[in-house]
Design a protein around this ligand. Sequence first.
Ligand SMILES: CC/C=C\C/C=C\C/C=C\CCCC(=O)SCCNC(=O)CCNC(=O)[C@H](O)C(C)(C)COP(=O)(O)OP(=O)(O)OC[C@H]1O[C@@H](n2cnc3c(N)ncnc32)[C@H](O)[C@@H]1OP(=O)(O)O
Ligand SMILES: Cc1cc2nc3c(=O)[nH]c(=O)nc-3n(C[C@H](O)[C@H](O)[C@H](O)COP(=O)(O)OP(=O)(O)OC[C@H]3O[C@@H](n4cnc5c(N)ncnc54)[C@H](O)[C@@H]3O)c2cc1C
Length: 652
Amino acid sequence: MSAKVVVSKRRNVNRQAIFLITLWPFPEDFFLSDPELKSKVPLEYLSHKEKYEEAVRKACLLFRKVIQLQNEGKGGMDNFREVLGGQLGSAILPDGNPITLHYVMFIPTLMGQGTIEQQAEWIQKAWNCDIIGTYAQTELGHGTFIRGLETVAKYDPKTEEFVLHSPTLTAYKWWPGGLGHSANYAVVVAQLYTQGKCHGIHPFVVQLRDEETHEPLPGIKIGEIGCKLGMNSTNNGYLGFDNVRIPRNYMLMKNSQVLPDGTYVKSPSSKLTYGTMIFVRVVLVQDAATYLKKASIIATRYSAIRHQSQIKPDQPEPQILDYVTQQYKLFPNIASCFAFQYAATWLWDTYNNITEELETGQLDNLPELHATACVLKAVSTADAAQGVEMLRLACGGHGYMTASNLPSTYGLVTAMCTYEGENTVLLLQTARFLVKMWQNKTNVYKLPTMKYLATALNRATPFEKSVEWVIAALQKTAAGKIDLANRHLNERVAKGQSYEDAWNNTSIELVSAAEVHGRTIIVEQFYNTVQGYKSRVSKELGTVLEQLLQLYAVNAALRCTGDFLRFTEVLGKDITVLQTWLEELLSQIRPNAVGLVDSFDMRDEILSSALGCYDGNVYERLFNEAQKSPLNAEPVNKSYNLYLKPFIKAQL
Ligand SMILES: CC/C=C\C/C=C\C/C=C\CCCC(=O)SCCNC(=O)CCNC(=O)[C@H](O)C(C)(C)COP(=O)(O)OP(=O)(O)OC[C@H]1O[C@@H](n2cnc3c(N)ncnc32)[C@H](O)[C@@H]1OP(=O)(O)O
Ligand SMILES: Cc1cc2nc3c(=O)[nH]c(=O)nc-3n(C[C@H](O)[C@H](O)[C@H](O)COP(=O)(O)OP(=O)(O)OC[C@H]3O[C@@H](n4cnc5c(N)ncnc54)[C@H](O)[C@@H]3O)c2cc1C
């Protein structure tokens, strides 16, 4: 990965803005120039069934091209990451990819939970796409509480097989991507029973459909779950088992095993079963940045084109980009793109380092990785979803058009707040870890993202107009909130509540404490990244990055004013200084706004937006898109003579 400076100049010098990006040698043109990857008709005018069929056609061609590149030695996992992620992936398949789960969860689970022999058996087939898999964990009745999953896998030592069964309707798997009609295999998470005892949830490989005819196998009840807010080509499906038998070695046995006689061999840690979920949560932080970048480019470019109203009576209508309220909608989101990008990069590196440790049996850092992945996924996806909606609203009526690609982008990003762990639940997971660290302070000194907790509570943080102060204040606030929540927990227990009831009754505070902890990590990573770049880039770039860092930090601080007043030495007058600082930064960033979003380097074909095109010809593109509506194929629609005319006549 080589970081290079990309200079993006827009029309005139004062809009020169440069942005430091990591250039991947990814051949975007190889995909975007392929006419077969373009839709003949805008997807919005296809039926639900046609949308799915078109998505399968494109997905197969997409992955065939990725495999071709791989066979030519032109990249590997990075290419899959690009075509699956929120940039190229959502441009070619804006309504979701029915095969995503094969690569994002099925293969990673085989790698993470399968023995070497099982990997040898399954992974080549999966990489060759001889089989197409999905990850079937969530059920109609359970998504969060996976220890409550109802699908059972009972071991039969006589035949050395597991019998999978869905005892109730709520036990049906519900949601897995590609499950409806695309995948013919799945990793199924089920309660393992052997020798009459339940050993909890474990992963099993199950064939769902005949590899030749694609017909569902006996005992398999399968289909798609219907229309959703978005991602309607993802083919999310349902799956019920009626006593379906699979061989013993279809249980993924890297961590725990069932021997031929039915003896259960326990895993070194029950938490290792959860490994795949950490991987996707880590990846989603990057996708949050990508979707927010896409919406920021569209809304900022549109705001430079759109002229509306008057600032002064005797002046022409200004660019809406010159309204400070518009800048307040756009620029903090641009700063968030950088913040989430840097946090995603740091988290990816941390994940890889700790995963290597897990391979050697070192589990010490797994709890912190889990807590950190949870909070960064929750905060980045929630902020990105809120940001995309804010950017859509900033574009007025045209932002509501499908042709803007903002509604579709919202549909993709808001789903991330739910899948791979609903955000509230993940924040509670982080809070559980923070409280544990707080109660057992000796551990805190060792953990990188936690060590501030050792000193922050009692550290004086007199106000100053600096990012360093914001970080210190966020840390002190997080420590204060964790300490207060912990005290309330203890008070409730002391009054006779069970710990579980006390936890539930304190959960609003716990979620809030976890969120502030997450924001502390994001601001600190942004700060560290900018400090690292400043000595290596031009003065201009250093200034721009510093402005973005300050904007992100001061906006984070202003979101926390109530808590800052409770947990730090800040006073009301200091909040006024923060507000003024924010307004100064908006003005400083204005000249570089368009250059900054240009430097996110997303082509028009990736943006797929009539509002965000590089040439700025918004109105012509909106009008041309309107002509694609099937309704415009004829001046008078048949409904006039069938319904309207009789209706009108009847009223005369
Ligand atoms: C390139 C790709 C780009 C983009 C991707 C694109 C598309 C992807 C599309 C869709 C993918 C979405 C797929 C899915 O949604 S798969 C299903 C996801 N489901 C979940 O995430 C379920 C969430 N629920 C849970 O994880 C758990 O139920 C729980 C909420 C964490 C509760 O666990 P539970 O064991 O019941 O209870 P606890 O007592 O709270 O935890 C016990 C113990 O285990 C630790 N723990 C929990 N989870 C993990 C983990 N994942 N890793 C490590 N450790 C974990 C927990 O901290 C606790 O430890 P203690 O020491 O405190 O006891
Ligand atoms: C687009 C999309 C794709 C998906 N793809 C897959 C897939 O490929 N494979 C798969 O297995 N699953 C998939 N899922 C399912 C997803 O993982 C679940 O929806 C998610 O885990 C949430 O579970 P749930 O929907 O049952 O909601 P619930 O867990 O029922 O949550 C509902 C509400 O209850 C609250 N709640 C639940 N538990 C607690 C608690 N302990 N404390 C406080 N509040 C709580 C939640 O915060 C939430 O507000 C997908 C979902 C979506 C939307």
